[in-house]
Design a protein around this ligand. Structure first.
Ligand SMILES: *Cc1c(COP(=O)(O)O)cnc(C)c1O
Length: 433
């Protein structure tokens, strides 16, 4: 697109940068890894987002996962409108919080109790505190390439060489905190054993069962099952982070794919239906260590916010009414992945794809992708050019090679096929440049 067609976004971005660091409230939105101008959005409907200049885009970002029903779903919006008239926040318990908690407990293996919070970051931070309290041990293990929000303990990447103790991945995180986080390799059980050996004080392991934050890299079934056994053997609390995969990979999250049960779970994204809402939960004996029952402090002024809870309940109720919707979403995801693979072959572009339910990932990469090291071999320059051209053609993919794409219920075969046509044109152009 030439500048004239996105003048509104260009102006808005410049103005935003005066008062918001980088012009955005979450770094990936600034387009730093793909270049170009982030589109400022004025509204969104179903499969489409529309920028301030009026350009529509088929949206594979869907707010990075929450909007499984697509943008502005009629029933969800109607429920929120009703709720709005009853007040925005009470700072007191409501019946609908229990309703949402029940919905999560009933449909999640291994979850006896949950507490609602406002973001995935809060959920994982609190679950880790709880896991440390229960195990009585300070060290935790995370996996390179998995993202669990931005609390200090989790902004850690693997150090150089064989060292398993992490280094901070953000300035401002003190080494004394980071040294309690060990970083293992995804899909590599031996690396977990090495961390446990090196520390001798591991109390918690946290993992994305279907990693969606290094692009889409599902865990191998055997790996996750071995991880469960290893945690049992060493009395380690296993936190399964389903913030992205929960109610998204299937209505029961990752469980149907792995049959692995965590001690604690974290949820977010879909359970808030597009509003700021997340949760952590798990075994009753661990959850009852939480204040006010037990001694682990955790709180929130807006936790269980009635509008957010309404959006979450409305979203889950639509999904629950017809669970075959997940099959439909997965077949759309497969149609996209298969079609894209065929085109990549035709134009001699190395491509790796993965699908889990309504999550679909693609890497411009010629090795199989099973961990961060292999994901990182992807051609990010090619992705940047692809991203920019697709945006020009009216398709919004995430502004980074290392994000998952999301299929929502507003998608259909016609939309997928039109996207595949645009991808073909895009690959043709990229190859001839
Ligand atoms: C998005 C995400 C988070 C963080 O959630 P926020 O609401 O952005 O804080 C944590 N874990 C996983 C797996 C996520 O995908």
């Amino acid at each position: 697109m030439d500048d004239a067609e996105i003048m509104g976004s260009i102006n808005d971005f410049n103005e935003a940068k005066q008062v918001i660091p980088g012009g955005v409230n979450s770094p990936v939105r600034a387009f730093l890894s793909v270049g170009g101008t982030p589109r400022f959005i004025k509204e969104a409907q179903g499969a489409y987002i529309i920028d301030v200049d009026g350009n529509p885009y088929i949206d594979f970002v869907q707010s990075y996962g929450p909007l499984i029903l697509g943008h502005s779903h009629e029933f969800v919006i109607k429920e929120i409108e009703h709720a709005l008239k009853k007040g925005l926040s009470y700072g007191a318990p409501t019946e609908s919080e229990t309703k949402l908690a029940k919905e999560i407990v009933l449909n999640s293996e291994g979850v006896d109790k949950v507490r609602l919070v406002n973001s995935g970051t809060e959920a994982t931070m609190s679950a880790i505190r709880l896991g440390r309290a229960f195990s009585g041990r300070d060290d935790i293990i995370k996996f390179e390439g998995c993202y669990h929000g931005h609390s200090d303990s989790l902004l850690v990447k693997s150090g150089s060489g064989l060292a398993t103790f992490g280094e901070t991945s953000s300035k401002g995180v003190i080494a004394d905190v980071a040294k309690h986080t060990l970083v293992a390799r995804y899909n590599d059980i031996d690396s977990v054993k090495a961390c446990i050996e090196a520390s001798k004080n591991v109390g918690v392991v946290i993992i994305e069962p279907i990693a969606g934050n290094m692009g889409l890299v599902p865990a191998d079934v055997g790996f996750l099952q071995n991880l469960r056994q290893l945690c049992d053997k060493h009395n380690i609390v296993l936190i399964i982070d389903e913030v992205m995969s929960g109610f998204r990979a299937s209505f029961k999250g990752s469980y149907p794919y792995y049959k692995v049960v965590g001690d604690l779970y974290t949820f977010g994204k879909v359970i808030g239906g597009g509003m700021p809402l997340a949760a952590f939960g798990g075994r009753g004996d661990i959850m009852d260590l939480l204040s006010p029952v037990g001694g682990v402090y955790q709180a929130g002024t807006l936790s269980g916010n009635p509008i957010a809870v309404t959006a979450g309940l409305a979203t889950l109720s639509v999904l629950k009414k017809d669970l075959s919707v997940y099959d439909r979403l997965e077949s759309l995801a497969n149609r996209f992945a298969t079609g894209f693979s065929q085109l990549a072959k035709k134009y001699d572009v190395p491509l790796v794809t993965a699908v889990r339910g309504s999550m679909v990932g693609f890497f411009f990469n010629d090795t199989s992708v099973k961990d961060w090291d292999s994901a990182a071999k992807s051609d990010t320059q090619f992705y940047a050019r692809f991203h920019s051209k697709m945006l020009d053609k009216g398709v919004n993919f995430a502004p980074s090679q290392f994000e998952t794409s999301f299929i929502c219920t507003a998608f259909d075969n016609v939309i997928i096929d039109s996207v595949l046509e645009k991808i073909e044109a895009c690959l043709q152009e990229l190859k001839s440049e």
